[in-house]
Every structure is written in structure tokens, then in C-alpha cells.
Design a protein around this ligand. Structure first.
Ligand code: GRF
Length: 226
């Protein structure tokens, strides 16, 4: 519990775990965003699926508790991997999960347990280009607009209700790297805004200038209070 910026009304901050597998630039943006006064969530844990995820050191340097559940230790046993992750999430009393470059596909059971409380960021304007290599596919397909999406996680990969999107132009001469960099800049703006929106249980768009946002589609996608 913290006091609001005005100092009068207490704010309950939702305890968020960020799940990563790699470099963690979105994780870093979420950690920075959550430090804003009155932000309705705190980053209570960074959980990695691999011990060599670059984001782990960044999270530690930022003073965030970290844990690793190595998916490599659970080959062919996705349920076991997820049970181990769930135990860590429970131990840290996590209420919301933000996937940020988390490269494991989750089972319908795990997704159902977190329905309405688990977000993902994807580097395309979904439903275009789900899956991998989105920037190369956008260029190869001749797309003039590309972008990023924050959505609630449902059992289908890169499906689930879209919360917010930002479009970026595909420029003549763009390479996969140049387009990825332009999109990533927007990912870092939109994800903290969308997380705040879900954490606060709001039905209005996140306050990210330039973000396109959909209202939450159904009450059962709202975060459940504990
Ligand atoms: C981002 O492009 C994100 O949209 C996708 O994976 C990438 C992760 O990058 N899901 P980072 O680890 O956040 O830097």
C-alpha cells in the first residue's frame, strides 16, 4: 500500500511478475514505468526460463527479486515446468503476469489459471504476423504499416483480446533490424501503459500518447481481486 501523489487516498499496487527468456528491454521499460508515482502495480519478481537470460542481471541491478525456472530441466514436461513456475509465483504472491520476450508456449491449463491476469507484448499489429520473425515477414509481405500489440493471453499463441496497439511505418530501405528498432521503441511506451490499465482494472484506454486502444471486451477478462 502506498499513498497517492495527492497524499490522501491509498493505492493498492498489484504484484506483478515479468516472465522473460532473453535480453529484457521490455522488462526494463516495465520496471522503469512502475516507478512512476501512483503507478497501480509493482514489479515484485522477474522470472526467467533460462539462467543465461540477459535481463536477469538488469533486474538484479534494479533491485528486483529474480528467479529462474530453467525450461531445459523439464524437457517434454511442460506441466512440470509450469508447476515449478507457479510455485515461484505463489511464493511471491504474484497477482498479474507480464510476458516480455518469454519464449515458451504455455499450456491451456496454465493460461486458464491466469485468465485476465496475464499480458503479452508482440512485435506486430495482431492479428497480422503472429509467431516469430514478424519484422522480416512484414517487409517481405510489403506491409506499409507494422507495429506492436499488448494483449491478454489466451490459449492460442499470440491470440487473446487486444488491449493496445501502436502502428509504425515501414520505410523504404528498412531492414529487419531498423524496423525492429522502430517497433521496439514503441513497445517500451505501450507496455507500461497497458499494464497500468489492467492493474487498475480500468475500462478506458491507457494514457500512452499515440496508442490505439480497445476497451476490455468482457468483464471476465478483468483482473480478479483477491
Ligand atoms: C520483443 O520484441 C517482444 O515484443 C517479443 O520479444 C521481444 C523481447 O525483447 N515478445 P526484450 O527481451 O523485451 O528486449
Amino acid at each position: 500500500m502506498v499513498m497517492s501523489a495527492a497524499g490522501d487516498a491509498p493505492i493498492t499496487r498489484r504484484r506483478v511478475a515479468i516472465l522473460i527468456s532473453g535480453r529484457g528491454s521490455n522488462m526494463t521499460a516495465l520496471i522503469a514505468g512502475a516507478r512512476a508515482p501512483g503507478y497501480p502495480a509493482e514489479i515484485a519478481l522477474v522470472l526467467a526460463s533460462r539462467a543465461d537470460a540477459g535481463g536477469l542481471a538488469l533486474a538484479e541491478a534494479a533491485g528486483i527479486p529474480v528467479a529462474t525456472v530453467a525450461s531445459s530441466a523439464f524437457k517434454g514436461d511442460r506441466a512440470g515446468f509450469e508447476q515449478a513456475m507457479q510455485a515461484v509465483l505463489d511464493a511471491h504472491a504474484i497477482e498479474l503476469v507480464a510476458l516480455a520476450g518469454f519464449m515458451r508456449i504455455l499450456t491451456p491449463g496454465f493460461v486458464a489459471a491466469w485468465q485476465g491476469r496475464m499480458l503479452n507484448i508482440h512485435p506486430s499489429l495482431l492479428p497480422a504476423f503472429p509467431g516469430l520473425d514478424t519484422h522480416a515477414r512484414a517487409i517481405a509481405g510489403g506491409a506499409k504499416l507494422h507495429g506492436c500489440t499488448v494483449h491478454l493471453v489466451s490459449p492460442g499463441v499470440d491470440e487473446g483480446p487486444i488491449l493496445a496497439q501502436v502502428a509504425v511505418p515501414v520505410l523504404a530501405g528498412d531492414t529487419e533490424a531498423s524496423l525492429a528498432a522502430r517497433v521496439l521503441e514503441q513497445e517500451h511506451r505501450i507496455y507500461p501503459a497497458a499494464l497500468a490499465w489492467v492493474a487498475a482494472g480500468r475500462r478506458t484506454p491507457p494514457e500512452a500518447e499515440g496508442a490505439l486502444a480497445n476497451p476490455l471486451p468482457r468483464d471476465d477478462w478483468l483482473p480478479k481481486s483477491r
